[in-house]
Write a protein that binds this ligand. Structure first.
Ligand SMILES: Cc1cc2nc3c(=O)[nH]c(=O)nc-3n(C[C@H](O)[C@H](O)[C@H](O)COP(=O)(O)OP(=O)(O)OC[C@H]3O[C@@H](n4cnc5c(N)ncnc54)[C@H](O)[C@@H]3O)c2cc1C
Length: 288
């Protein structure tokens, strides 16, 4: 695409990296020490520290385990290449981070060090949190889904969700392909982009915003956090969740899944081929 001069310049730019994150899942912990584990709902503690731009999370999960993560906000000026080169931030540098954060409270009555000590080393990963919403998702006979098209921060828990939604909509568009010609493929991939891009863009922005309020350390991000958690009414918080929950794309060429939720669903584009097939089956059954 670049050699043909059809790649938008923004798609040539590197992905932004504003956070480095270390994550792990502990072995079963003692419920007497961590009473949240006795509850059959999951508890989440999110703490924003002042030390070295760290913020961290503990989440109680099944089997008395605790998932934990530590995010470090990076200066705006850093490029991905600088981060890879700098041993302090690189993915291999777990040990120095562990030493720095071990004494931090984990929000459940112990320290992060306690959780880390109870996490097998092979279950600890350190990753750069990249983000970028690409404009181009397809060209010729090639089409992208998931992180390759829209890499979002994990702060809204939407990256894999959106990858699966891409797969569903792309499958729908491929099912309705009228031929295998280049024109038909481009039309199908464009239809996929039209249906998915606005949703992915919305979730990309929600993830960025959540990242700011969960982990942002600049003066402005602290102000936003204060406003969101102290002055924004609950209905406004709920509205964002409802908007996400109302988008539940389905495979259009299978019977619709039963609706178990309480939120109204956004309408989905029906499959032309499936509708025709269903009508033909009805006609056959009635002998029409
Ligand atoms: C810390 C963290 C927490 C997250 N939490 C959540 C969450 O709670 N909810 C959520 O929905 N999402 C979450 N995500 C995001 C989620 O993990 C991703 O959005 C999702 O995995 C993207 O799926 P994908 O298939 O597009 O890409 P990937 O999962 O990255 O899969 C791409 C695969 O391709 C392979 N590959 C790469 N290059 C090549 C090559 N040249 N040849 C062959 N194979 C190759 C890679 O090894 C990889 O296995 C989180 C991400 C992180 C980092």
């Amino acid at each position: 695409m670049e050699s043909k001069g059809v790649l938008p310049s923004s798609d040539k730019e590197s992905l932004a990296v504003n956070y480095v994150c270390m994550v792990g899942t502990s072995e079963p912990m003692d419920p007497e020490k961590y009473p949240v584990l006795k509850d059959d709902i999951s508890h989440v503690a999110q703490i924003v520290g002042e030390n070295k731009s760290y913020s961290w999370t503990s989440i109680s999960v099944k089997e008395n385990r605790i998932c934990w993560s530590v995010a470090q906000q990076l200066p705006d000026t850093l490029k991905k290449e600088d981060i890879v080169r700098n041993s302090e931030w690189g993915p291999e540098a777990c040990e120095s981070t562990i030493q720095e954060v071990s004494s931090f409270t984990n929000g459940f009555g112990g320290t992060l060090g306690d959780l880390i000590e109870n996490t097998p080393r092979e279950n600890i990963s350190k990753v750069m949190l990249e983000e970028k919403l690409f404009q181009t998702w397809h060209h010729g006979r090639t089409v992208l889904i998931g992180d390759a098209a829209h890499k979002m921060l994990p702060s809204a828990g939407q990256g894999a969700v959106n990858a699966m939604q891409d797969a569903v909509i792309l499958a729908n568009c491929i099912y309705d392909l009228e031929s295998y010609s280049s024109e038909a493929l481009t039309a199908a991939f464009d239809d996929y982009w039209q249906q998915r891009y606005p949703q992915a863009k919305f979730q990309f922005e929600v993830s960025k915003f959540n990242g700011k309020i969960m982990s942002g350390q600049t003066w402005w991000e602290r102000v936003i956090r204060k406003v969101v958690f102290n002055y924004l009414p609950l209905w406004a918080h709920a509205r964002m969740f409802i908007k996400s929950a109302s988008y539940r794309p389905q495979i259009a060429f299978l019977p619709e899944a039963p609706r178990r939720g309480t939120v109204d669903l956004l309408p989905l584009k029906p499959s032309v081929r499936y509708t025709q097939e269903q009508e033909a089956m009805k006609d056959t059954a009635t002998g029409a």
